[in-house]
Design a protein around this ligand. Structure first.
Ligand SMILES: C[S@@+](CC[C@H](N)C(=O)[O-])C[C@H]1O[C@@H](n2cnc3c(N)ncnc32)[C@H](O)[C@@H]1O
Length: 396
């Protein structure tokens, strides 16, 4: 099995069996677990009042956002945002009626939205409403900026918190399939908006010669396809092509097949349970990997297999989260989101697989290029960017 010896500091190794053994020994001794690092007590520190106030303010804002996140998930599930979008300026009773929810709870929910800037409240009339921008982000699942499902993704991680805490302590992996079901649904609904807005209109046209091939009819693989949002969009846009989605998470493949049937593209969007390192087929004109390479324990094995499966003039479309070339460059709201998701989903997923890699969701271009080159590819180009994604063209 290949070991990633020289791929940079973001590449980590799985702990050796010896490391697990010493960890197990520590587990047998409760005092070993509770031993704490010495740290200075607060009353021995010189606190800057202004900086303390700023940090407390920041934390309270985040604490409010964390609590509010659950109300977003609840509002999404109950159709409260859609009801409010439909009613226009409305009293709490009218919104509750439209959503068929309890009035008292709905009043409290609306006040939580208003305090968070997620709806508007007019004290003169006692009515609540959504602005057009709030409707686009919160209520309209087909909008290119539909964001609500992102909170479902975040909330799912609270449901996995105990297992993740243990994994971070021990170094063990948590496989994609070991998470709460809401993660899979949240990822599909959250990512689909970006794919619908960009994949066919911008990303495919940015690849050299690919759009023409897909229009004429070509064989495409979508590796790590999850619930198949990207696979289905490609099948809808290029009816002469055959798009095959692969994922090693069987329940996701079941969901993708059902979605393709609902979308009426099951004749040209097929799905199979297979890993990136051994999916079947050859002479693919295009192999896509959307937000999945950094989740793999063996991305080089995936790159090598893609190289072997792709046509001589084929293209590998790699979509990865936006990131800069250093940790310092990622210390911003996008990096915050992706480093957090990477800690709780991507790194544990990679750790659960053989291969010894854990690129993380903020892998640099140089690291991704290194993976592609080890797989046998020679050309690597950032074809286009969005604020949250790098769209990379990789060719033999
Ligand atoms: C973050 S999700 C992205 C799903 C989908 N591409 C999307 O953008 O909505 C990562 C996906 O990669 C899949 N995956 C991870 N490692 C894999 C591997 N070695 N082979 C195949 N699929 C893998 C997971 O099962 C999961 O469905």
């Amino acid at each position: 099995m290949e070991r990633p010896a020289d791929a940079g500091s973001a590449v980590t190794r799985l702990p050796s069996p010896d490391m697990f053994a010493s960890q197990l020994a520590a587990d047998d001794d409760p005092t070993a677990r509770t031993q704490e690092q010495p740290m200075p007590a607060t009353d021995s520190l010189e606190l800057d009042e202004a900086r303390l106030g700023e940090f407390v303010h920041r934390f309270i804002t985040d604490l409010g956002a964390a609590h509010h996140a659950v109300t977003v998930v609840v509002g999404d599930r109950l159709g409260l945002y859609r009801a409010l979008a439909g009613t226009g300026p409305a009293t709490a009773a009218e919104v509750a009626d439209a959503a068929r929810c309890d009035e008292r709870y709905t009043t409290e929910w609306l006040n939580a939205q208003a305090a968070s800037g997620y709806c508007e409240f007019d004290p003169a009339t006692g009515r609540y409403h959504l602005t057009p921008e709030q409707i686009a982000c919160l209520a309209d699942e087909n909008s290119p900026v539909f964001l609500t499902a992102g909170m479902l993704l975040a909330a799912s991680l609270f449901k996995d918190e105990e297992r993740l805490t243990e994994a971070i302590r021990s170094g063990a992996g948590v496989g994609w399939g070991e998470h709460h079901h809401d993660l899979y649904v949240g990822v599909e609904r959250f990512f689909r908006a970006g794919y619908a807005a960009n994949l066919v209109s911008s990303w495919v046209p940015a690849l050299d010669g690919v759009e023409e091939k897909l229009r004429a009819g070509a064989l495409v693989a979508d590796v790590g396809c999850g619930h198949g949002a990207s696979t289905i969009l490609l099948a809808q846009a290029y009816p002469n092509s055959t798009i095959v989605g692969f994922d090693n998470h069987a329940p996701s493949i079941d969901a993708a097949r059902a979605a393709a049937r609902t979308a009426g593209v099951a004749d040209r969007a097929r799905f199979e349970v297979a890993s990136a390192q051994d999916f079947p087929g050859e002479e693919y004109a295009l192999v896509c990997v959307f937000d999945a390479l950094h989740d793999m324990g063996d991305p080089v094995g995936a790159a090598r297999h893609i190289r072997a499966s792709i046509a001589g003039d084929g293209t590998w479309l790699l979509v990865e989260p936006m990131a800069g070339d250093s940790v310092a460059a990622n210390l911003n709201p996008i990096g915050r989101l992706f480093y957090s998701a990477s800690t709780l989903v991507c790194t544990p997923a990679a750790r659960s697989q053989p291969g010894g890699w854990a690129l993380g969701a903020q892998a640099t271009d140089a690291q991704l290029r290194g993976v592609a080159e080890r797989g046998g590819f020679t050309r690597f180009r950032r074809a286009v960017d969005t604020p949250v994604n790098r769209i990379i063209e990789i060719r033999p």
